[in-house]
Design a protein around this ligand. Structure first.
Ligand code: ADP
Ligand code: MG
Length: 597
């Protein structure tokens, strides 16, 4: 028999391993930042170009590497952080697997310059796709400077799978935020294409949160703090009224490592239960400190998921202490922890001082169903009818190819629709029934309206009596600044200040109520490239705006609102599909119904 098993060459093994560690430029940023932190740096600079696709450079003032260490750090399983299996159970560093640099070097062009303190010369080493190109001595400051260029240059399939710069940049920023939040004791500076995005001085956790998320954040925060034998908690939650529909700021750090945990997220959600509309998400920044031997961080190569030895207790303590904070700050109606036996807390809350409440205004008569929807007024018939007068769709657009508007029973039209499941509008037509998805239909309506007004350069913009100011983070401000011109063309007229925008005018058919939420959605959608493919920037923005502002499924519609949707949909050029190519309605003929019996 012929032997058929090969031992893979080192560079191939590295490329395979890289697949797990390096998914995108952001993974490189994360790994390199973690290395600098493990090297005890007190100042770290990050520079990226083209969202990290062209270059990622990290400069630290950490302990640096000797010539020998620099020459082997790109080999697989080389680490200074553990030396035997026993160490795996007491990890206090970010890294320990010894595979990040090997993985990164396998799929990019890396240049590393590193010098230990008190040593005269630095070592410079260049590695292209696992192959060492040169090692030499050079002059440099103490610490480490590493540049990673042309990520995935040798794996075109993966390079092609990278998303747009907007999306990749968002991932990079997210990683940067996670790491820099976990280490307020380190100064971080972040440049994107030569623009300084963040300059974070050495500070404390609260100040770091504020430097990252804007000065208004400070007043939103409520501290959470608990100290038990198995777990120490410190951090902040946002007051319930600042909860967001999009999952915004949700951060858990375990021993200064950002982790994802739907289980712990659930603990926090349940502490907020009854205080916020279930569709909203609480924001939180929570540090958990546990004995390193009681967790396993080795369950995923990116180390963002961990296993706790005693997760039930951790859940209970976290939930209780968040509830406690909400109670302490008079955010919840009185909570009596001693009576809350269900929590089964392995420590004594009684010793905690229930210190004076500081008045935080919160609606104790909170009714989640009264929450003002982005679209609430928008959908009201007044704004619809009045604002839609400017629509002026030409009559030719009423001549549908696939579906004839005339088929709508003209007399009973206004009485025949019903809304079912807060999602579908059912209307009788001559030959049967149509069932319309309200959200998709409205997206189509808005999309055509926006595109039409932009194409005709005829925007019905409405000046606001009182300009509206909205604060945004630096990254969000960058996005708004890059899209300002095109948003102007869409009738959104705003000025950019340092950390806020001032909105002067908005398209006449959108409502100024909850503009903040609409802008947040807009930024989220831009960052996530929500319309995956678009013909042009106008098309992209029209899609994004229509997605951000449309009536959502789940919203009850009055009869006249249903009629508005039906009429406007069938006045569109394309009626069958929403801007995202999903079906807007289905038609069921009487013959089909007959066949069912
Ligand atoms: P790990 O972090 O899991 O040990 P890496 O491949 O990320 O593995 O790094 C390998 C080794 O290279 C580290 O253990 C460390 O000794 C050294 N190293 C990497 N980056 C730096 C840095 N910025 N400063 C000093 N040493 C570093
Ligand atoms: Mg590492």
């Amino acid at each position: 028999m012929k032997d058929i098993i090969n031992i893979l060459p080192e560079n191939v093994a590295n490329q395979i391993a890289a697949g797990e560690v390096v998914q995108r430029p952001a993974s490189v940023v994360k790994e390199l930042l973690e290395n600098s932190i493990d090297a005890k740096a007190t100042e770290i600079k990050v520079l990226v170009k083209d969202a990290g696709k062209t270059i990622i450079q990290i400069i630290d003032n950490g302990i640096g590497m000797s010539k020998r260490d620099a020459s082997i750090c790109f080999d697989r399983h080389t680490t200074s952080k553990i030396s035997n299996a026993k160490d795996l159970f007491n990890i206090r560093t970010k890294g320990f697997r010894g595979e990040a640099l090997a993985s990164i070097a396998a799929i990019s062009h890396v240049n590393l310059i590193s010098k230990q303190h008190g040593i005269e010369l630095a070592t410079e080493i260049a590695v292209h796709g696992s192959e060492v190109k040169s090692i030499k001595s050079t002059v440099s400051d103490a610490g480490t400077k590493i540049s990673v260029k042309n990520i995935f240059f040798n794996i075109p399939a993966r390079r092609n799978f990278l998303k747009s710069n907007n999306v990749e940049f968002r991932h990079v920023v997210n990683e940067f935020i996670r790491v820099s939040l976990a280490h307020p004791e380190i100064k971080f500076i972040f440049y994107n294409d030569d623009d300084e995005i963040y300059n974070l001085p050495i500070s404390n956790f609260k100040k770091r949160i504020v430097s990252l998320f804007g000065s208004k954040t400070s007043e939103k925060l409520v501290p959470v703090s608990e100290n038990t034998e198995i777990l120490k908690i410190d951090g902040f939650i946002f007051k319930p009224k600042y909860s967001k529909k999009t999952r915004g700021e949700q951060f858990f750090f375990v021993n200064n490592r950002f982790v994802k945990s739907s289980y712990l997220n659930h603990a926090i959600n349940s502490a907020f239960e009854g205080l916020i509309d279930p569709k909203y998400n609480p924001s939180y920044f929570i540090n958990l400190e546990v004995d390193p031997s009681s967790i396993d961080i080795n369950i995923h190569p990116t180390k963002t998921e961990i296993k706790f030895e005693d997760e039930h207790s951790i859940y209970a303590i976290l939930r209780a202490s968040v509830k406690h904070s909400l109670g302490q700050y008079s955010i919840t109606p009185v909570l009596d922890f001693n009576r809350d036996k269900s929590l089964d807390i392995p420590y004594d809350f009684e010793k905690k001082s229930k210190s004076a409440s500081v008045g935080i205004d919160i609606n104790t008569n909170y009714n989640p169903f009264e929450k003002s929807e982005v679209i609430q007024k928008f959908v009201s018939i007044e704004s619809f009818n009045k604002k839609m007068e400017s629509l002026e769709f030409s009559s030719e657009t009423n001549e549908m190819k696939e579906f004839n508007f005339d088929q709508l029973d003209p007399i009973s039209n206004a009485n025949n629709s019903i809304q079912i499941n807060k999602k579908f509008i059912v209307n009788k037509i001559k030959s049967g029934l149509i069932i319309i998805n309200q959200e998709r239909a409205h997206q189509r309506i808005l999309y055509e309206k926006f595109l039409k007004s932009v194409t005709l350069n005829k925007i019905n913009s409405q000046k606001l009596l009182h300009p509206i100011e909205i604060e945004f983070s630096k990254v969000d401000m960058q996005i708004l600044s890059s899209k300002k011109d095109i948003l102007n063309q869409f009738g959104l007229d705003f000025d950019l200040k340092k950390d806020k925008i001032i909105i002067n005018a908005i398209p006449s058919f959108i409502d100024s109520v909850n503009l903040t939420e609409s802008f947040n959605k807009l930024i989220f959608n831009v960052q996530n490239d929500v319309p995956d493919e678009s013909f042009s920037e106008s098309d992209f923005i029209a899609k994004i705006i229509s997605k951000s502002l449309s009536i959502k499924n789940g919203k009850s519609l009055k009869l006249n609102e249903q009629q508005y949707i039906i009429n406007s949909l069938f006045a569109c050029k394309e009626t069958m599909i929403c801007p995202f190519n999903k079906r807007t309605f289905v038609k069921i003929d009487f013959s089909q119904i007959e066949n069912m019996f």
